[in-house]
Ligand binder design. Structure first.
Ligand SMILES: NC(=O)c1ccc[n+]([C@@H]2O[C@H](COP(=O)([O-])OP(=O)(O)OC[C@H]3O[C@@H](n4cnc5c(N)ncnc54)[C@H](O)[C@@H]3O)[C@@H](O)[C@H]2O)c1
Length: 363
């Protein structure tokens, strides 16, 4: 098979696990069926039902050369153990064996579920991911986290199971709704802050996608390079991988306190701003909140919200946050570009820092 565009390889720990990432240039349409050769022939497909409909012409040859298919709606309420068991049942009905590869085509939700099914069915099958959202391309596809929700709690059941192969075509983004695209951009900004300031210069161009805009695959490549380095150092999130939670501690609280009126990306963007303000209070760079605000503006994400009516709810949500352990919670705080630190804060320290941090979000 001819490898198109950038090619990256990540190795995980001391084991022999390896992830190959292939990135198509924007100008080339992918040939999925053409990927199914050698160890990847006759795969079982797990596909996002909307993507299947929107990309029928591209997917049909892949479906015809597969050994079975499970199509699912990408809805958070369906990201559960029941849907997981339906994928297993479908794998069983298709009669797949330990050599059958699983190919997942979809955004983060379908990739998380398909990868969990692949990691558990017959104790683990070869896995290829074909991400179709920006968030999944720049973040979720790499790093091996799989999962489903349990009793309303996000990703409570899961495994660490890095895909053997990730094939990325930014052409899929042509049909992605703008709000989903901007959600992915929040993760791009997070990645730039963590490890590659140069991504900032690509944001304006990449905020418009389609055609032959090669800024988008370049943003994907650079984001994956940063995430890959973080995850290679700590696959199972014992320590340093937690920097990837930047923006998410406040972000998750805002997302749920707003009754999910804020999208995940909008909430993470605002979360990064608030957390940068917390870092300033602890001696971080004073210019950073302003710089984050400008980047959010460039990609069309909000940099302000009326937090006053939500204060009590935000506080409650933060208390319930699953990262809380004993008395101190570990925060990923951006002190400067490429200087995101893990800072344990006690409830008293949080109570002191949070009001000022949320102040920066006010309209
Ligand atoms: N494993 C990880 O490391 C990781 C990291 C971040 C997020 N996640 C998970 O990812 C999920 C969110 O994923 P997401 O933001 O990629 O979105 P998603 O998978 O929830 O999809 C969002 C919407 O976009 C649609 N869609 C997908 N691709 C499309 C395309 N090309 N054209 C048109 N519509 C398309 C889907 O059908 C869905 O309606 C969450 O469940 C989250 O927990 C996992």
């Amino acid at each position: 098979m001819v490898r198109l565009g950038a090619m990256m390889e990540f190795e995980w720990g001391t084991s022999t696990l390896k992830t190959e990432v292939e990135l198509y240039p924007q100008s080339r349409e992918p040939d999925l069926a053409g990927l199914f050769v050698g160890e990847w022939r006759d795969p079982f497909l797990v596909v996002d039902a909307s993507v299947r409909m929107l990309w029928d012409g591209l997917l049909q040859p892949a479906i015809l050369s597969s050994s079975g298919i499970y199509a699912m709606e990408a809805e958070e309420i369906l990201k559960n153990t029941f849907s997981l068991s339906q994928i297993w049942d479908s794998m069983s009905s298709a009669g797949i064996n330990r050599d059958t590869p699983v190919v997942v085509v979809g955004g983060g939700l379908v990739c998380d579920m398909g990868a969990l099914a692949a990691s558990t069915y017959l104790r683990g099958l070869p896995l290829m991911l074909v991400p179709t959202t920006l968030l999944c391309m720049v973040d979720a596809c790499l790093g091996g986290k799989t999962g489903v929700n349990l009793s309303g709690n996000k990703n409570q059941v899961g495994t660490f199971y890095p895909a053997g192969r990730i094939v990325i075509s930014t052409r899929f983004l042509e049909t992605l709704p703008g709000r989903e695209y901007r959600s992915g951009m929040a993760e791009v900004i997070k990645t730039a802050l963590i490890g590659d300031r140069g991504i900032e210069n690509l944001l304006r161009e990449a905020s418009v996608y389609g055609g032959s805009n090669e800024a988008v695959p370049e943003v994907v490549r650079r984001s994956l390079a940063v995430k890959g380095a973080v995850v290679e150092a700590d696959l199972t999130e014992r320590g340093s991988r937690m920097v990837l939670n930047l923006g998410h501690t406040v972000g998750h609280a805002l997302e749920s306190a707003s009754g999910f009126r804020l999208s995940h990306g909008e909430a993470v963007g605002l979360g990064m701003l608030a957390e940068a303000a917390m870092a300033v209070a602890l001696g971080g760079d004073r210019n950073l909140p302003g710089e984050i605000h400008r980047m959010l503006d460039v990609v069309g994400l909000p940099g302000r919200m009326d937090v006053d009516p939500l204060m009590e709810e935000i506080r409650k949500r933060l208390e319930r946050d699953k990262k809380t352990r004993r008395d101190a919670r570990t925060w990923a705080l951006p002190f400067d570009w490429c200087d995101c630190r893990l800072v344990p804060l006690t409830p008293d320290q949080e109570a002191e820092l949070l009001p000022g941090a949320l102040e920066v979000l006010k309209v």
